[in-house]
Design a protein around this ligand. Structure first.
Ligand code: ADP
Length: 621
């Protein structure tokens, strides 16, 4: 900091700001006009804030001053001026707000944007907001005059050429608010054209709840459409509101317009976007529902009105029952807000469910974008988990494995005596399809849900049941399926196989919880299954990833006494209970199963064992 003139202070930009300026000026120059949208939106914020202060504090200066935005040009000096009668800034606020970047990820984000395809750039910039600095894309120099609404504030002017520093000095600005003068670059003269400015505003500023003047002309606006009757609105009106709120070129995937008089009065328009930036991996969505009271914005992007998992929902909730001076803590605990939230959530879930029935393709898109949010909801919103559950979609065994079904469809198509909802977990659909645990289900034509997302099992764990039907993992040891085609049991075979199972148990020792004769296998020789309440292998693998010391739960080894290999082993074992061959083959059977499940710790010991078996086999050839 050094003093040039009296009362003129010079400040360096934060290094992030310098980087940001570089990227803006050199990479995003194609979308220059966004600067106007950003400046107008800052002015609107400032007006919203002062409007809020006026309603809650009767002791303010300039109480009767009109809340508006003026845009003017000075063609000779190549200047564009945007002025608001908003909240203004103190010196500390200028330094804190304009000299630094609030979002820590801004620079990283902008780098990504500058590398993205050109069409998606505009939308990304819009959603994140590049803010005030974008003006340096068109201006050589910016002078920002401001005076805070706070009593006793002095007028200040901030000046910068957007390179490395800025100055602040006192000025004789008398009225509250901010006036931004852009001294435009030589080849940006178009922004001193009335027509150009009006054209940009018509795209971005239709829903602004304050008057905007370009020169003497007032810009037409249609704010607060959520208070109008649905019948008077067209899809286009909703689309435009969404584009305005989201600074986006894209239409929403779907919208919901709600009006209620009892038990609480509120109007709301909510949107579900077409894109999920979270899914693309760009950044975590921030909450997107604004709270209004009688058309006055009282909390922008409220963190408290919607549950966290619905952060992708955008829009407006306006209620005259919400007190204007409500604080953040009060929003969390307010009874009215609570009632509104309950009502709104119910409507969102009903809307999505209807969409699922009426417009499957649209629903699928929403599902693909926001499934993670729904699943998060089931694990965090106890009250609504069952409603969210009917939004879930799964791959399953009776259909083409790539086709998705919901739980309602699953239940509608259950077999007559089927009492449970069967599921299986695994890494991918192809390996799930090969799982021997499915054999009996395929034979009986029972549908099994395929769970491939690691969070699915946690979700099922939270649900436990759906419409009175319990979830049951098909690899559970206590799975009871009605026996069919009961042939006369071969008593000898039963005795011999029981003996063999007993033998396996002695040689496996504590590597397994038990050895049993399987009722679920049709073709395969054997399988490892979970103990009745034990975690699935998928779940255990996750635990192992988090904690190397984690020891896998012991599982039950089942053999298929009708399988030819098992039959052979039973035969030899009966002849020679001490057979070394049977022992080594039996050990290999267990290792094979552990390999298939991916739960073996010491793969190296298996290979010599297999080679030994191969050697013996080749000697008999
Ligand atoms: P953002 O609007 O995303 O916060 P900006 O860089 O556009 O980022 O603005 C930074 C901050 O500067 C704003 O959050 C606000 O506090 C302040 N600011 C900008 N323009 C104005 C204005 N016209 N009146 C009052 N404060 C403003």
């Amino acid at each position: 900091m050094s003093k040039e003139k009296k009362k003129t202070e010079q400040f360096e930009f934060q290094s992030e700001v310098k980087q940001l300026l570089d990227i803006l000026v050199y990479s995003l120059y194609k979308h220059k006009e966004v600067f106007l949208r950003e400046l107008v939106s800052n002015a609107v914020d400032a007006l919203n804030k002062v409007q809020f202060q006026l309603l809650t504090d009767s002791d303010l200066d300039e109480k009767d001053r009109e809340l508006k935005i003026n845009i003017e040009f000075d063609k000779k000096k190549n200047k564009l001026i945007i002025e608001d009668s908003g909240i203004g800034m103190t010196k500390e606020e200028i330094v804190g707000n304009i000299g630094t970047i609030a979002h820590s990820g801004t620079v990283d984000f902008l780098k990504k944007v500058s590398e993205a395809k050109e069409e998606s750039q505009v939308d990304m910039i819009g959603k994140f907001g590049v803010g005030f600095y974008s003006s340096f894309m068109v201006a050589d120099e910016i002078h920002l005059y401001t005076k805070s609404y706070k009593k006793g504030s002095t007028g200040l002017v901030w000046k910068s050429t957007g390179t490395k520093d800025y100055t602040i000095e006192e000025t004789d600005k008398k009225e509250r608010g901010t006036r931004i003068e852009l001294i435009l670059k030589k080849d940006e003269k178009e922004f001193t054209e009335d027509y150009t400015i009006k054209n940009i505003l018509s795209k971005h500023s239709k829903f602004i709840p304050f008057d905007i003047f370009v020169g003497k002309d007032k810009i037409e606006s249609s704010p607060a459409i959520w208070t109008q009757p649905k019948s008077s609105l067209k899809k286009e009106d909703y689309d435009n509101l969404y584009k305005f709120i989201e600074n986006s070129q894209e239409e929403p995937e779907t919208y919901i317009h709600l009006s209620s008089d009892a038990p609480v009065q509120f109007n709301s328009i909510l949107f579900i976007p077409k894109t999920s930036f979270e899914k693309i991996g760009l950044f975590k969505a921030t909450p997107g529902v604004d709270i209004y009271s009688r058309k006055v914005l009282i909390q922008k992007e409220s963190k408290d009105i919607m549950p966290e998992y619905l952060r992708f929902v955008k829009g407006v909730i306006d209620s005259e029952d919400i007190p204007l001076n409500i604080s953040r803590e009060d929003v969390q605990n307010n009874v009215i807000i609570d009632k509104i939230r309950k009502n709104v959530l119910k409507k969102i879930f009903t809307h999505l469910n209807d969409l699922k029935k009426k417009d499957w393709d649209k629903y699928l898109k929403i599902w693909e974008n926001f499934m993670r949010n729904f699943k998060e909801g089931i694990t965090s919103d106890f009250e609504n988990k069952d409603k969210i559950a009917s939004l879930l979609l799964f791959n399953s065994s009776v259909k083409d494995k790539n086709e998705l079904i919901d739980l309602n469809t699953y239940i509608e198509n259950m077999e007559k005596d089927q009492k449970e909802i069967y599921y299986i977990t695994g890494m991918d659909l192809n390996s799930l399809e090969q799982n021997p645990a499915l054999e009996i289900f395929k034979k009986k034509n029972l549908n099994v849900l395929y769970l491939t997302d690691p969070i699915d099992e946690i979700v099922i764990d939270h649900l436990r049941e759906f419409e009175g039907k319990q979830f049951k993992i098909v690899s559970s040891a206590d799975l009871k399926l009605d026996k069919d085609d009961k042939k006369e049991e071969d008593k000898d075979l039963k005795k011999d196989s029981d003996n063999f199972a007993g033998y396996l148990k002695t040689i496996y020792g504590d590597k397994v919880a038990d050895v049993k004769i399987s009722e679920r296998l049709v073709d395969s020789p054997c399988i490892l299954v979970n103990q009745s309440e034990g975690p699935s292998v998928q779940m255990e693998k996750m635990m192992k990833m988090m904690n190397k010391e984690y020891a896998y739960a012991k599982r039950v080894f089942e053999i298929n006494k009708n399988n030819i290999l098992i039959k052979e082993l039973i035969r030899i074992h009966k002849k020679d209970p001490a057979s070394k061959e049977v022992k080594s083959l039996s050990n290999q059977l267990l290792d094979n199963m552990m390999l298939r499940e991916g739960v073996i710790d010491n793969i190296d010991s298996i290979i010599p064992q297999i080679q030994d078996i191969m050697l013996k086999a080749s000697k008999n050839m």
